[in-house]
Design a protein around this ligand. Structure first.
Ligand code: SF4
Length: 317
């Protein structure tokens, strides 16, 4: 039933697909897995320009990730955000002893690898006939089949229906590219779309799926304590889930009366905005995990907001 749409999609991909992306020039499951994880919350351009190649240079194999301490993995992830991805990658490298399983069920059971990522790895590395369902593909499917909600079960069903089983690699890459380049969230270019001929949602793409109003993220105000000892800065290694394993400044909720301000920084996470006033207080005794010089700090993995504080302290302008 979908033969014609599949054919048009594959023809379009052959002519217009982003064939030059480095993770499309390999069948190495580890590098494909790495790209999938990096791209989950980060744009292709950022991953390509700043993170993918340096990470692979430091960790050329999954075994090299398993052999390294988590601190080193976090350091290479620094600035990419969503650090759970890096912790899960390290955990997975250890769990499977540097060799990824080749079937989607086993892959999907590993930390941080969901069903769509498992299918992506299997279809891109081993050409297994499995559909994928990332954010872009979900949007294309919703519009193509005129689905007004992103219901996972219905979307998997449709993804299986549309899959060109003889060419799963090209089909999935094409769906990702259509989502990124043609069937974009705003102003989809239906005139250039190979699916337009049979697309049920093309007369009102903005209705599929129906927009859900995003709640405004709340703002948290806290205080970051700058602690010095013999010219070195006192830092802690975070234990809480959000930035676990990263180094940074002690944060507190109340500003002591005796503290004075050194400025402020802010950072927006996915669920809240953090406004931090940087303070120093000679009268306060603060426990930290270590004291470091500016050079030593450069070798630690710090979160973006803690890097902003370092920037303020060492180059205040
Ligand atoms: S025809 Fe338009 S709405 Fe339908 S899949 Fe293509 S770009 Fe999206």
């Amino acid at each position: 039933m979908y033969n014609e749409a599949q054919k048009l999609l594959l023809d379009w991909y052959a002519k217009n697909g982003r064939h030059d992306l480095p993770w499309r020039q390999t069948n190495d499951a580890y590098t494909i897995y790495l790209s999938e994880i990096m791209l989950q919350q980060t744009q292709v351009k950022t991953v390509l320009e700043r993170f993918y190649f340096p990470f692979l240079e430091r960790f050329p194999t999954l075994q090299s990730v398993a052999d390294a301490p988590l601190d080193d993995v976090l350091k290479m992830w620094e600035g990419l955000g969503y650090y759970t991805r890096a912790r899960n990658l390290h955990h997975t490298a250890l769990t499977c002893k540097g060799i990824l399983p080749q079937n989607p069920e086993e892959l999907g059971g590993l930390k941080g690898i969901g069903k769509s990522t498992a299918h992506a790895i299997c279809s891109f590395a081993y050409h297994q006939a499995l559909p994928i369902l990332d954010a872009n593909v979900k949007r294309v499917l919703c519009r193509y089949f005129a689905l007004s909600t992103k219901d996972e079960k219905a979307l998997w069903e449709k993804a299986w229906k549309l899959l060109a089983v003889k060419h799963p690699y090209e089909h999935n890459q094409a769906m990702m590219d259509i989502g990124a380049m043609i069937c974009t969230p705003k102003n989809p270019n239906c005139l250039a779309c190979p699916l337009a001929f049979t697309c049920k949602g093309k007369d009102a793409p903005e209705n599929y799926p129906k927009a859900v109003k995003k709640a405004k993220v709340p703002t948290k105000k806290r205080f970051a304590l700058v602690v010095f000892q013999e010219g070195k800065l006192g830092l802690i290694q975070r234990k809480e889930r959000l930035l676990h394993g990263l180094w940074g400044f002690v944060q507190i909720d109340e500003k002591p009366n005796t503290a004075h301000s050194l400025g402020s920084v802010s950072h927006t996470y996915s669920h809240f905005k953090l406004e931090l006033e940087i303070i120093h207080d000679d009268a306060l005794h603060v426990n930290v995990d270590g004291y470091f010089t500016e050079e030593e700090i450069e070798n630690l993995a710090l979160s973006t907001v803690d890097k902003k504080i370092i920037q303020k302290i060492f180059s205040p302008k």
